[in-house]
Design a protein around this ligand. Structure first.
Ligand code: IPD
Ligand code: CA
Length: 266
């Protein structure tokens, strides 16, 4: 098996154990441990415990690899591989008891910086929904044992699109203006609450496209590979001095150029 396939299998295995722990903690009741970048940006004890499990399992299996996680930060490795991990993507859904949350694990090679790395393996597991999405570079994207493909064509009614909003209220006006620009090409809009699952759903053809400004690297590392391996387009535009919030746009190729143009700020 290739390195990408080996790491995909490891990511699936660890994501399933991590997801089972998250789900068990959810059933026991969830306590918010702290707020982070903004009042709306929360972390639960489960986020931390789940990331600790993932980090320990990776350190045991692949001690030479680097790590970049939402809750415990970055550590360089001595191999070319870095694991980019979101223990619970969709934390607000999780805290409110909504099932749309997922463990997201990606193996990337090269510089461990979004936009510079190459993702080679990915697993996105939604334990409350019982779905594991996974991919390896060059080997396709899968939901369990079913191969995924993005929608080839978008109906005349427009695309079913999704987006997300930043936690900082100061970003809401810009995000809503982007929604207003994109709506003419949408049949409807979803705000699922988990970027990793939004991207997985584009890969699965459950959505035609997805756009969001301000994602953190662990939100999109695995999902972007799912989209690419399902035949979709997924682009990451790093933030700059004018707009420090990076932009992610993912969709079926048929609507990608238009969605990208409308998602860019004027
Ligand atoms: C968030 C989710 C959400 C997106 C936010 C992310 P978290 O991640 O992916 O859908 O809109 O930008 O921060 O905080 O639940 O891990
Ligand atoms: Ca996240």
């Amino acid at each position: 098996m290739s390195l990408a396939r080996d790491l995909e299998a490891l990511a699936i295995d660890i994501a399933q154990d991590a997801g089972a722990l998250a789900r068990m903690r959810r059933q026991e009741g969830v306590a918010i441990a702290a707020t982070k970048s903004a009042l709306a940006d929360i972390v639960t004890l489960a986020d931390r415990e789940v990331e600790a499990l993932i980090r320990a399992r990776l350190a045991e299996a692949r001690p030479e690899d680097g790590f970049l996680g939402e809750e415990t930060g970055a550590e360089r490795g001595t191999s070319d591989v870095t694991w980019v991990v979101d223990p619970i993507d969709g934390t607000v859904n999780y805290a409110y008891g909504m099932p749309q949350y997922a463990v997201s694990i990606a193996a990337v090679i090269g510089e461990p910086v979004a936009g510079q790395w190459e993702a080679i393996s990915a697993a996105v597991y939604a334990p409350a929904l019982g779905e594991v999405f996974h991919a390896a570079r060059g080997a396709g994207a899968w939901l369990g044992d079913q191969q995924l493909a993005v929608n080839a064509e978008v109906t005349p009614a427009g695309g079913l699109l999704a987006t997300g909003f930043g936690y900082d209220p100061a970003t809401h006006a810009g995000d809503l203006a982007r929604v207003a620009r994109v709506m003419p090409m949408a049949r409807d809009l979803r705000r699922g609450g988990s970027a990793a699952l939004d991207l997985a759903y584009v890969a699965a053809g459950r959505l035609d496209g997805y756009f969001e400004r301000g994602l953190a690297p662990w939100d999109h590392a695995a999902g972007a590979l799912l989209v690419a391996e399902a035949g979709g387009e997924c682009t990451f535009i790093a933030g700059d001095d004018t707009n420090p919030r990076p932009l992610i746009v993912a969709s079926s190729p048929s609507i990608f150029e238009r969605l990208l143009q409308l998602s860019l700020d004027d």
